[in-house]
Design a protein. Structure first.
Length: 105
């Protein structure tokens, strides 16, 4: 068994840390979700349950930033969890950026 593989626990329970590792493996796996779940002794429903549960308990890490005026022709790219990207082109008023950051919280 490779170091990063979670052992198959048929009928056993896994804790949040184990499921987080398992979900990471699923994201990188070439298998379908159904095949991956079956090969790890669980179901797609259980994997989706843990994915939702772990997403709710994630605490975003914020860094305080000082807003400044954006130069003409600049752009901003914001990458969020879940492969969501917000891309803004052109000069934007600082207040618009503040409103956007509040909406994303």
């Amino acid at each position: 068994m490779k170091m990063d593989q979670t052992p198959v626990l048929y009928g056993g329970r896994r804790n949040a840390a184990e499921m987080e590792v398992l979900l990471g493996q699923m994201e990188r796996s070439p298998l379908t979700q159904k095949a991956f779940a079956a090969s790890h002794g669980t179901s797609v429903a259980v994997l989706h349950y843990w994915k939702r549960r772990l997403r709710r308990t994630e605490r975003p890490h914020f860094v305080e930033v000082e807003p400044v005026a954006m130069p003409t022709g600049g752009s901003i790219r914001i990458e969020l969890p879940g492969k969501i990207t917000v891309h803004l082109d052109g000069p934007l008023p600082v207040e618009a950026l503040v409103q956007l950051s509040r909406a994303l919280l």
